[in-house]
Design a protein around this ligand. Sequence first.
Ligand code: 13P
Length: 354
Amino acid sequence: MGNGKGDLPLRGDKFGMNKELLERTARALVAPGKGILAADESAGTIKKRFDGIGAESTEESRRAYREILFTTTGAEEYVSGVILFDETLHQSSVDGTPFPKLLAEKGIVPGIKVDKGAKDLALFPGEKVTEGLDGLRERLAEYVVLGARFAKWRAVITIGDGIPTTTCLRANARALARYAALCQEAGLVPIVEPEVLMDGGHTIERCEEVTFAALRSVYHELREHRVVLPGTLLKPNMVLPGKDCPAQATPSRIAEATVRCFAGVVPVAVPGIVFLSGGQNPQESTERLSAMNAIGPHAWELSFSYGRALQEPVLKAWGGNPSNADAARAAFLHRAALNGAARYGEYTSDMERA
Ligand code: 13P
């Protein structure tokens, strides 16, 4: 179904399910040494991040901040794709280049967050289900025209007393599968994100058990919905002790538990696993990913799709002040390069100071 003018269909071309193209895009997103920048914070989340640095969140300040990220020269060496929020997909750089075009010209694949957020699961206190399926087919068609080539949908699983329930896992897995099928129909690679939260005092063993159950449910539903696994990516949590668990774990323990958990449940047809950072600090996120790759090779590429862990130092360096743009770019490039090293299992903490 190629158009004879290069790999990616042009804007407005008829675009749809093409297994080969989906697989090629998925593989490009987990190319060696590279990973994904998650810059898809919703209006509420980005406001929280800006509040943290004393910056005002306006349409223009959000645009200016994201332009800094997208115009960091050299970041394309470590960044394969960027997940955008609806507002950002429609925005442009100061010189008028639409962000998706600006990214694509650097060889970075533009993606889009398409879920409408995790809402309380009725009659299941403490549990959530992600919404956004109604009208999704139409929204995806629009996103393709705007230049998106992959998408993201995040499900949230909470560990607590008697939760997660099987009902919650199944409801979220079904929604993820319906989303993934709609994406593939539209020609977009679905990133399937079932996030088991770090909140709570649970042990690493409990996290492993819940992560396994969540993933088993997800892959069951993806198969039921005829989703083509080589044209998907998984975005999971690492297997970690809860934030309030007194027994914290070393990077090697986390790496072993995470890889063991996935080996039992993630099909080898999935080309890559791109971790979320989920509240781990930047250094932890990098060293744990590196520890996993150091004990490879694995059946899938093990990469990153970090939001906070890539952007925390950038936000700090920027502080909402346009005159700090270069310092912010330097901070981003440095963090991206460290995660690039982690893709090969070659990160060491002394690189932090480089
Ligand atoms: P964090 O890496 O900050 O968890 O964000 C990644 C993401 O996209 C969560 O949906």
